[in-house]
Design a protein. Structure first.
Length: 177
């Protein structure tokens, strides 16, 4: 799909995410005051008790669901429940510090690419192409929760890992998705 979009002028320009940068955003915090970063890091170190779980893909689609597409994403089928539970635990921990977590519904996904915002008239063709894709039957293990700092630049976002902790529970069990 990426090659086809990149060479065919009927599709808008897309900035594709490098494979090594793919991740699930469990909770986007926005600007966190420097005085609270250590609090967030501390909460990530507290045992999660959830264990490693397996996720699998659902399908490819775009955000938003109507209007010009901005994000091409891969949805999650297996693993949604543990990821929702993880998000709930994280929100509870962060809310103790007055950090707001997004109120919109959580849709676990991997961002595959971002569509150039200046192009609006080519979105229908891209939306049709994306929705016709059959994602490979991929499974992966989710075993870490990480805090990333992101810095916006003209070339896209630059990410830096601030904290990374294992989801493995004390007993070493693995939960299914």
């Amino acid at each position: 799909m990426a090659r086809r979009v990149d060479v065919d002028p009927k599709y808008p320009p897309v900035r594709w995410v490098a494979e090594e940068r793919l991740h699930f955003t469990v909770c986007f915090l926005g600007d966190v005051p420097a005085t609270q970063i250590e609090d967030v890091r501390w909460e990530l170190r507290v045992p999660w008790g959830s264990g490693v779980f397996t996720a699998s893909r659902e399908g490819v689609d775009v955000f938003p669901s109507s209007g010009p597409p901005r994000v091409i994403w891969l949805g999650m089928r297996d693993g949604r429940d543990p990821l929702h539970a993880l998000r709930g635990k994280l929100a509870g921990r962060l809310n103790r510090y007055g950090l707001e977590t997004p109120s919109r519904p959580f849709r676990p996904h991997l961002t595959l690419g971002r569509v150039n915002r200046t192009v609006t008239d080519l979105g229908t063709a891209l939306r049709s192409l994306v929705r016709a894709q059959v994602a490979p039957n991929t499974r992966w293990h989710v075993g870490l929760v990480s805090l990333y700092e992101s810095r916006l630049s003209p070339g896209g976002s630059a990410y830096r890992v601030v904290e990374c902790e294992s989801l493995r529970s004390a007993g070493g069990t693995v939960e299914g998705g």
